[in-house]
Design a protein around this ligand. Structure first.
Ligand code: AQP
Length: 330
């Protein structure tokens, strides 16, 4: 049997370069491998773990499906589905929660960060996020997970749950590993932390036009443009990282040399970088604009995806329930 791959993105807004380079590029790469069976979801249940607007959730969920398709995820090769349309995820999540300690969840760095960001929204759902994520992955027995490096602590939880379930109940869950891309950590444009949908000034969206990209880059902090060593953290380091990602290593090296000699003119660097980013995003935006009119096609993709995913997921849940000693329906 082919190895399975699972990944997902929360339905919390437009995808940004971090989601694209850290997750979706890896999803694309794995989709083209013959030895793998890829499943990609829109994580709408995970979107409920931080404050959200219920009137916008459906639109945001569909936006991610459109982004997936525009970037090149192909329903002929991958199962593309919406998490809440496969209710088995939440059923397995509950079964998994019986082998996870409260303390383990409370000490996760991602949980601590989120309650700092949303002090009035420290819910049980947020605490349980990694357990649901383990269920998302293990329900398909997925062994490869293309996600950014920020998700590594959650993958460790998934591996622990797999081991505990296998030891306690004789299941045969794999130890899922992260599939890393060269963009596994995309920094914030603001100079500190990671690029994030919910941090204004930190991101460039995949749907941004050239003017918007230029405007967003204009806000990125810089320095005098000159120094003895090239900065490795902060605004300038982040800008140079984007140069490397979108214009290549050679261009990065040229700028690094300029920094230590004649100096960098950030106006020129930002203009050139905006062009390079837009060049990569323009074809995606063109396909996305076409997809916005193909309502029936997108509906079909979503419906078929849920059906295919449920077939696999229900088998796993049935097996786990039996192994955990729950009564079978006669
Ligand atoms: N800055 C990043 N660099 C590399 N990868 C990133 N990812 C997110 N930010 C970066 C990866 O994108 C995938 C989906 O992330 P998500 O939307 O499910 O959740 P998130 O990590 O919480 O993303 P955001 O943008 O930070 O959303 P908000 O602001 O809503 O919390 C994951 O694979 C993640 O690693």
């Amino acid at each position: 049997m082919k190895k399975r791959v699972l990944s997902g993105i929360r339905a919390t807004g437009r995808l940004h370069l971090g989601n694209y380079l850290g997750a979706v590029k890896g999803m694309l790469e794995l989709q083209s491998r013959d030895d793998l069976h890829t499943l990609y979801m829109v994580a709408d249940l995970h979107a409920l773990t931080t404050p959200y607007n219920k009137d916008e959730l459906k639109t945001k969920t569909r936006e991610v499906v459109l982004d997936y398709l525009a970037i090149g995820l192909d329903p002929e090769k991958s199962i593309i589905f919406i998490q809440s349309q496969v209710p088995e995820h939440t059923e397995l999540f509950y079964l998994f929660s019986t082998v996870v300690s409260l303390a383990r969840m409370q000490h996760l760095p991602t949980y601590k960060d989120k309650i700092k960001q949303y002090p009035n929204a420290s819910t049980v759902a947020l605490l349980n996020y990694p357990v649901l994520m383990a269920s998302d992955i293990l329900i398909y027995n997925a062994s490869l997970v293309p996600v950014g490096i920020d998700q590594e602590p959650h993958l460790e939880v998934a591996r622990e749950i797999a081991r505990k379930m296998n030891d306690a109940y004789g299941t045969n869950f794999p130890q899922p590993l992260r599939f890393a891309t060269s963009g596994e950590y995309i920094p914030s444009l603001a100079g500190e932390g990671k690029m994030s949908k919910s941090i204004e000034g930190s991101y460039i969206n995949l749907t941004d036009d050239l003017k918007t990209i230029q405007k967003r880059l204009a806000g990125a902090p810089t320095d005098s443009g000159k120094g003895e060593t090239v900065p490795t953290t902060g605004g300038v380091a982040n800008l140079l990282k984007f140069v490397e990602l979108f214009e290549g290593k050679d261009r990065y090296k040229q700028y690094a040399l300029s920094y230590m000699h004649e100096g960098i003119r950030y106006g020129d660097l930002k203009k050139e970088l905006a062009d390079a980013i837009y060049k990569e995003l323009k074809p995606i935006q063109e396909i996305r604009a076409e997809l916005e009119h193909k309502t029936t096609y997108v509906d079909e993709v979503i419906k078929n995806g849920a059906e295919k995913a449920r077939k696999i997921a229900s088998e796993t849940v049935k097996e786990v329930k039996e192994k955990m000693g729950l009564c079978k329906i006669k």
